[in-house]
Structure formats: C-alpha cells, structure tokens
Design a protein around this ligand. Structure first.
Ligand SMILES: [Zn+2]
Length: 360
C-alpha cells in the first residue's frame, strides 16, 4: 500500500453503485469498512459463512475496518434512547431495529480480525470539539483503557485464536493485520498529548486522528489536527479518519497524515457533484484554485460534447460526454451512479499520486 492513500468507504461492504473490478479500474488500492454496520447487516455469522470480507466483496487488496466508535457516538449523540456508554463498552439499538448490540473493545477486535481486516482499529470513545473539557477528559481516559484492552485481545488472538477457527469459516490467515489506536482529546492540547503518550507507551502499528475533524461551520480544525500529528513520531502511519474533501486531504497530507477515508467523493458523485482538476494534476503544486466541482444537473451541459475533465482518464471521461452524463442523471439511471463514482474516485487516485510526488 503506497502512502499517502485515499480509501473509499465501503461502509456496508460495498462502494455504492460499483463493484470490486470497477474499483480496481479506478486505481483504488484499499477500502475502508465498518464493524458497526457490518455486525448489523449482513451480520458476523453471515460474513464468517461467506469466508470473510475479502472473499465476500471480491476484493483481494487491503481492507481497513473501523471499530464503530464514531458511529455509536453519532447515534447516541443524536438521541440517548439509541444507546449508552459504559466502562464495558457501547450498548446500542439502531433506529428501526428491535435488536440491541453490545460493542466491547474485545468484541470489536475479534470481529475485525475474523472479518479478515488488514488494518484493525481500536474501539474509541469519540467526541467533537465543542464538548466540554470534563467530557473530553473522560473520552481520553476511556479511549486509552479500551485501547489497552484491544491490544490484549489482539495479542491473544495472534497467539492461537486463528488455529481455533473451523475450516471454511474464515479466510486463510495471511500476514498479521496491523493494529491502529485513535488519539482523542478534542481541542485540548494537553489531553491530546496525554492520549498520544499513553497510546505510544502501549504500542501500536499506527494511529488515527480521533474526533470529528471539522468545526461547526465545516472548517478543518487545522491547528489541533497538525498538533496531534506532531505528537506521533513520523515513522508511524497516521490515519486522518473521516477526512476526504480534496482541499482538506491536501492540508492534512502536508501535516504528515498518510491515510484518508470518507464517503464524500462517492456521495458527491451520486448527487451529481463531479470533482474536476482545473489544470493537469501531474505538474500542479495543488495550491490556489486547483480543483472545482462540475454540477451535472446544470442545463448548460445538455449539448456539451466533451468529457468532465480533459485531465482524467477514467472510464467515464474516456468514453462519454458531459451531455450524455447529464442525460443519465436526468433519467436517474444507475449507470450515472457508476460512471460518476468511478470518475470521482479516479480524481482521488490522481490526487494521491500527485501528493506522493510533492511530499517526497
Ligand atoms: Zn473522469
């Protein structure tokens, strides 16, 4: 896996509208999935029966699984009826579901390893930057405690868990997955530092940026995000969890973040917002106005016989005009979702290739 890298979110085990061969065609090298969603649908026993995520998804390349900490936080934050946090773990009942789920640090690691993840992320207690200091302090204490439990479970499984699996129930054990821990602490520097130091002492393969990365106005929290990266020695990879807006990806990559994931490029594609380089990305310094959005619903594209971007070599740009895409969007055909998604992902792949050259 070359760094920096962008991972599309295949949250429910699918990058909506495209399959694994389409993904490969865009040049995407790894995807991110989520235990919170997968344990509900299709459920852990179904994933085991299908032989793990790589086989079920038809994707032989790396898969990172997120622990579900952020999703449970969002759910409980939205309405406390949906769940609660205890020292043991997170108890939740998703809206519309009659079932209750318990996500403990141990269970989160067990599931991610059983699913065949290549990078496992520790369960954390997520906050946003607007929460008061006592809540941030509790979040850091719990995140560190849970990270220690995740590490123990991870080590225990390495020590023999795999041999206990029944044949055909899970993927062949490849090289051991990596274990990442998440640095919380909201906007407080001392808490971020304490969290990073304690996690470094426990020892992990890499780290993630915890907490929602944007302020209430949608701006990247640059100062605290840069500071958090400085707390982790550069030899450890660091994942800017949830960062996917292109300008924010560039800003975080310049701070030293190496992995990015977001639903944004694929969701934008489905809504007709197509990412477009203003100039050829190959020599671009990625400063100033280096990209824009093409809004495909605009009537000005009805007869426009050129691709979305002269600088893109995706399946869509190589074969189809803006006018045809506009038409597909208007008639709401699923082919639009496929072509637009492949285009936006190709944009992210080209962006990461450029960043690799710029950040050498
Ligand atoms: Zn394209």
């Amino acid at each position: 896996m070359q760094l920096p890298i962008f991972l599309p979110d295949a949250t429910q085990g699918v990058v909506r509208g495209i399959d694994a061969s389409d993904l490969q065609r865009t040049g995407i090298e790894a995807v991110q999935m989520n235990v919170f969603h997968l344990m509900q649908k299709p459920g852990s026993s179904a994933i085991r029966a299908l032989g793990g995520l790589h086989r079920a998804f038809g994707w032989p390349h790396p898969i990172i699984t997120d622990s579900g900490g952020f999703q449970v936080y969002s759910l409980i934050h939205e309405n406390s009826r949906y769940g609660s946090l205890t020292e043991r773990g997170m108890l939740f009942r998703p809206e519309g579901s009659t079932r209750k789920f318990l996500l403990t640090p141990e269970k989160s690691v067990q599931q991610q390893v059983e699913y065949g993840a290549d990078i496992v992320i520790c369960l954390d207690d997520c906050t946003d930057v607007d929460q008061p200091l006592p809540a941030q302090r509790d979040s850091v204490a719990r995140t560190v405690k849970w990270a220690r439990r995740c590490k123990s479970e991870f080590e225990a499984r390495r020590g023999g868990g795999r041999q206990q699996r029944k044949a055909g129930q899970a993927e062949d054990p490849g090289p051991r997955p990596l274990l990442f821990a998440v640095v919380q602490g909201g906007g407080d520097r001392d808490l971020r530092r304490r969290c990073a130091e304690e996690l470094l002492e426990i020892g992990f393969d890499g780290f993630g940026l915890g907490g929602w990365p944007l302020d209430s106005k949608g701006n990247l929290l640059e100062e605290i995000i840069a500071y958090t990266r400085e707390l982790i020695p550069p030899e450890f990879p660091m994942h800017a969890l949830g960062v996917g807006q292109p300008a924010n990806v560039v800003a975080c990559a310049r701070m030293g973040y190496n992995l990015f994931d977001s639903t944004m490029p694929t969701r934008d594609a489905r809504h007709g917002r197509l990412l477009t380089f203003e100039e050829d990305p190959a020599p671009s310094a990625l400063t100033g106005r280096w990209f824009s959005y093409t809004y495909i619903q605009d009537d000005k594209y009805i007869r426009m016989d050129r691709p979305i971007s002269a600088h893109c070599d995706c399946l869509c740009c190589a074969n189809y005009s803006l006018a045809y895409l506009h038409h597909l969007y208007r008639v709401n055909d699923s082919l639009f979702f496929r072509l637009a998604t492949m285009h936006n992902l190709r944009f992210m792949v080209q962006l990461m290739a450029r960043l690799r050259e710029l950040l050498v």
